[in-house]
Design a protein around this ligand. Structure first.
Ligand SMILES: Cc1ncc(COP(=O)(O)O)c(C=O)c1O
Length: 377
């Protein structure tokens, strides 16, 4: 794995704090993701990591036609750049029911899929669709142990899937199988845990199929599975209905870099920051508060500085990050540092745009298109 040196030839006009995408690394990460999947057809990358139309265009150019989103803004961004197969992996409630109708009307040629796990809610979705003379594809959300959303594989879950199939305006489109809790550092341990849960899902799929009156009709046409840590496990199944939905690996970040040593996705999106003060002998203060890098717990670990590996993050406020380092003497006010965000997905959402670096030079700026919750719909 080549780790980028994050060199930029001219930085004097670059604002800090800012987000910087190293395009060659982004493209290497996309190629690495496709290599693990075995083919572009098996992938449905999640755009929540980058939220950028320009990144989506690069993915489309590689033949990645199926995409995943978590918000209507992300789904709209995908549709606007020409994606024709969009999964909004979220349960629609409140005004989002009507937003689904607006989305279907604005993009009639897009295959639009959502997730659900509640019969009352499915009825409301069905009524909303029928009233608008529309239909929508729905995945049953399965709980594989994260206990965030979804139903555990069971007779009850099968009944709910049957309800999706029966309700007018809804098209039963398969299962959604997300397992973001599988963080085992050793790949073999992660693989065993993921497979253990997934075998139950496959059994439920097979049970539903065997109950079907017609053997030709595929009852569960797709299983949308996993994130960065688990998609290599699902990729090992020889089953064309399995789609892999990693997100973070497109940019990579410090957290996944240390949590998943088997996966080689160096950070493609990093932060430029400058020293704004040197309040005490061994302290340097950077313009990198938690309005510029995600404030995931634990404090003190929100960013990694490749050039200052031993620096301790002793205080962070909205616009300040204070480091204690025995290298403080090497830095003066105005000096620059590159930081790798611990968690890139919420970090990119904190920036309106990102500088793009190619061959060591800034070649443009990309908007973080879907950072807001609403574009037009
Ligand atoms: C539903 C869903 N699918 C896919 C992903 C992508 O996972 P990862 O960020 O680990 O690649 C996420 C991440 O939060 C998610 O919530």
């Amino acid at each position: 794995m080549t780790t980028p040196d994050y060199h930029i030839s001219e930085t004097s006009e670059l604002l800090s704090p800012s987000l910087i995408v190293f395009r060659e690394q982004l493209e290497r990460n996309l190629d690495g993701m496709i290599a693990i999947a075995g083919s572009v057809d098996r992938l449905r990358p999640h755009c929540k990591t980058h939220k950028m139309a320009e990144v989506t265009k690069i993915e489309l150019a590689r033949g990645l036609t199926k995409h995943k989103a978590a918000t209507f803004a992300e789904a709209e961004m995908l549709a606007d750049v020409g994606v024709k197969d969009i999964l909004l992996a979220y349960s629609l409630v409140g005004p989002n029911l009507k937003r689904a109708v607006a989305f279907r009307k604005k993009y009639p040629d897009v295959l639009f899929i959502v997730t659900a796990d509640d019969v009352g809610n499915l009825r409301r979705l069905s009524e909303t669709m029928v009233a608008a003379d529309c239909d929508i594809h729905v995945l049953l959300d399965i709980d594989c142990g994260q206990h965030r959303t979804g139903l555990v594989s069971s007779e009850q879950a099968m009944d709910v899937y049957q309800t999706i199939d029966d309700l007018p305006g809804l098209i039963a489109a398969g299962f959604h199988v997300y397992d973001g809790h599988q963080h085992q550092v050793a790949f073999e341990d992660r693989k065993a845990a993921v497979r253990h849960e997934f075998e139950k899902v496959l059994k439920m799929r097979d049970d539903l199929q065997s109950k079907s009156l017609s053997a030709e009709t595929v009852i569960v046409p797709r299983l949308v599975c996993g994130g960065t840590g688990s998609f290599p496990v699902y990729a090992e199944y020889d089953d064309p209905t399995i789609e892999l939905s990693p997100g973070t690996c497109v940019f990579g970040d410090a957290s996944y870099g240390s949590n998943f040593p088997d996966l080689k996705f160096p950070a493609a999106a990093v932060l430029l920051t400058r020293v704004i003060s040197k309040p005490q002998g061994n302290r340097i203060t950077l313009d990198l508060g938690y309005k510029a890098v995600a404030s995931d717990p634990p404090a003190g670990k929100r960013v990694v500085f490749p050039k200052l590996p031993g620096a301790e993050q002793v205080l962070q406020n909205e616009e300040h990050l204070v480091l204690e380092t025995d290298k403080a003497g090497d830095y003066k006010v105005g000096d620059e540092l590159i930081g790798i965000p611990w968690h890139v997905c919420p970090t990119s959402a904190l920036h309106a745009s990102a500088y793009v670096v190619e061959e060591g030079r800034v070649t443009g700026e990309w908007e973080v298109t879907a950072r807001n919750r609403k574009i037009t719909i």
